[in-house]
Design a protein around this ligand. Structure first.
Ligand code: AMP
Ligand code: MG
Length: 410
């Protein structure tokens, strides 16, 4: 099946790519290795949390409706040590935060609200509410409750929660194995002196970083020449060892279709061009269960193609939710001239004092100008239309980093 000449929209492309993705096998990892991994099965609480009624303040455990003028201190209950006493009217137990409430007690009076007279305690206020300063059993989490759904990217909060519930290891998706190939006879390493007509290979370093950021294990990265035979051999080797192979370059018409020719020999071509800017040349090919992405050579095109399509495929392979890049609505801070294709402009989005997201692009949007992506926390989605977009108009944006502004207000 070859859908060679038709230009697909980004939406159609995503559907085609997601339709080809196969889920990766799962493996079990300990909590110290779980950050950044994708949970493969839902986690249900195996026990109540907290497991015992616990004091939330340092103070005295008492019976709330005890009317005695003073109470005898019959023991001290520290966190992690359980003493064998029962609180009855006329008695109290000194207790620290996190310690279990002794039997008989139903409230904790904070140390600030009492006066000590020898081995007695006098409460210096009117009434004590039942349950005051006590976390009852299971108040945070009930046994059997779904606490983390499958597909969750595990971060500090989830990992801490798992530990609190006595879950020391979790099933996660295996990391996708990714190979990154730069093509072009003009390319040299960043630390090499530039000869005539040479440029530095920025895409390899950029795409390795992007792949890792997307949770992949980069098993190989390297450079290949502008030669169909050699590219084919190199790619064949990479396919055998990778879940995903990402190449850049060799896609412009002037280059005699280098990558296309190699990719056609190796698998089924699903996409060759996209109706978008930057990144019109875009190859998506499958070879067995391996996905191949032939990104354009221009660095910005390669980055946008990776973040919109390759990263989405990587999330789908691990089952990560949400799979697709999420859109927010932003208000334009300046006019924008639309093109004839849907354009993903690199932009800085910030949150103003009224909580409105405002977007400004990062200057000239040439696809060779990687500086346009530096400091860009969003791709502004600019659909084609006859007249310009005006300042104050609303557009969609794909966030690629945190939005600043809100924290400053709180
Ligand atoms: P191509 O897709 O190979 O025709 O490349 C398009 C443009 O991107 C050309 O100007 C290339 O020199 C440039 N380019 C290709 N690969 C890279 C790379 N790995 N790093 C930086 N620029 C590149
Ligand atoms: Mg090239």
């Amino acid at each position: 099946m070859q859908q060679t000449k038709r230009m697909l929209t980004p939406r159609e492309a995503l559907d085609i790519i997601l339709g080809q993705v196969q889920r990766l096998p799962t493996e079990r990892v300990g909590l110290l290795e779980a950050a950044g991994r994708v949970l493969a099965e839902p986690v249900v609480a195996p026990e109540d949390h907290p497991p015992f009624p616990a004091a939330t303040m340092d103070g005295f455990a008492v019976v709330h409706d005890d009317t005695s003028p003073w109470r005898e201190i019959i023991g001290e209950q520290f966190a992690g040590h359980v003493i064998d006493v029962t609180v009855t009217p006329g008695t109290a137990v000194r207790i620290t935060t996190g310690a279990p409430l002794p039997p008989g007690a139903d409230a904790v009076v904070p140390v600030e609200d009492v006066e000590l007279v020898d081995d007695h305690v006098v409460i210096r206020r009117e009434d004590v509410r039942p349950g005051e300063n006590v976390r009852p059993v299971g108040v945070d989490i009930r046994r059997g409750e779904l606490v983390i759904p499958a597909g969750t990217l595990l971060g500090p909060a989830e990992i801490g929660l798992l530990a609190s519930l006595g879950i020391a290891s979790v099933p996660v998706a295996r990391r996708p194995r990714v190979s990154v190939l730069s093509t072009g006879d003009e390319l040299v390493e960043p630390d090499a002196p530039l000869g005539p007509g040479q440029i530095r290979d920025s895409n390899r370093f950029m795409l390795v970083a992007a792949a890792r950021q997307a949770g992949a294990e980069v098993v190989w990265s390297g450079r290949g020449p502008d030669d169909v035979e050699q590219l084919t051999a190199l790619l064949r080797e990479r396919i055998a060892e990778s879940d995903v192979v990402v190449s850049s370059g060799g896609v412009s018409v002037g280059e005699r279709d280098l990558i296309s020719a190699a990719l056609r020999r190796l698998g089924t071509v699903h996409i060759e061009r996209l109706f978008m800017k930057p990144g019109k040349p875009f190859h998506f090919v499958t070879a067995g269960s391996t996905l191949l992405f032939g990104l354009p050579g221009n660095p910005v095109s390669a980055l946008v193609g990776f973040e919109l399509f390759v990263a989405t495929a990587l999330r789908a392979m691990t089952g990560q939710q949400p799979v697709e890049p999420e859109l927010v609505t932003v208000v334009l801070e300046h006019d924008i001239e639309p093109g004839d294709r849907i354009e993903y402009q690199r932009a800085a989005v910030r949150c103003d004092a009224d909580g409105v997201l405002r977007a400004r692009n990062t200057g000239p949007q040439a696809s060779a100008r990687l500086l346009s992506a530096v400091g860009a926390n969003a791709y502004l989605v600019v659909p084609p239309r006859a007249e310009p977009y005006r300042v104050g108009e609303r557009l969609s944006a794909v966030l690629r980093g945190p939005v600043r502004g809100l924290a400053a207000r709180s």
